[in-house]
Design a protein around this ligand. Structure first.
Ligand code: ZN
Length: 194
């Protein structure tokens, strides 16, 4: 069927994630590339952190378009086992097993959500802003770092790729899930939400 998703490299997937975010419409593509690179590097360098949130498994991810997500009140990571199983099947179908070893999709989802937990509760969020170098506001000589929508998502994917030892970013797998969801006779979208 298709253009090979794997022909698009991980950084380009990250750029596309930013470019697809409404607040970044009209931004210079080179700026988006710099942000994507900075966010990826930040996530890759982030030391592994234990997940301090409650972990809940659910089986209605395909119906809801979710693979995993973090909700802050109370701090909970939800893992959707049906979508994870579909992702594992896609890895086999596409011949990507060398990049995503058995069970690594769940491990990557957990590592990804753990970054959201970590950035939500700790000082790392400010460090990510500094790494991106986006200035929202200047007050005399003081620069106020700005929030870059989508950067945390890229950092979380990069962190998962690194700590789980994956050959490719989970962003590629997310693209495959989206494509599978868009095809006829396939389950509904597994969204990228958190
Ligand atoms: Zn996320």
């Amino acid at each position: 069927m298709t253009t090979a998703l794997e022909a698009v490299d991980d950084l380009e997937w990250a750029v596309r994630l930013l470019a697809g975010t409404p607040t970044h419409e009209g931004r210079d593509p080179e700026l988006l590339r710099r942000w994507a690179h900075a966010a990826d590097a930040f996530g890759s360098r982030l030391a592994p952190v234990p997940c301090t949130a409650r972990i809940v498994e659910r089986d209605d991810g395909l119906a809801r378009g979710l693979l995993a997500r973090y909700t802050s009140r109370p701090p909970t990571v939800e893992l959707y086992t049906d979508t994870l199983a579909l992702a594992e099947r896609l890895v086999d179908d596409r011949g990507w097993r060398a990049w995503y070893p058995p069970g690594s999709v769940r491990a990557a989802a957990l590592a990804h959500e753990t970054v959201h937990v970590h950035l939500h509760h700790g000082p790392a969020r400010a460090a990510l802003k500094r790494a991106l170098g986006h200035t929202a506001l200047r007050l005399g000589r003081l620069r106020v770092p700005g929030h870059v929508v989508g950067a945390e998502e890229i950092a979380a994917h990069a962190h998962a790729r690194t700590v789980c030892g994956l050959g490719r970013s989970p962003l590629l797998l997310t693209a495959a899930l989206a494509e599978a969801a868009a095809a006829p006779d396939r389950p509904r979208p597994a969204g990228k939400e958190n």
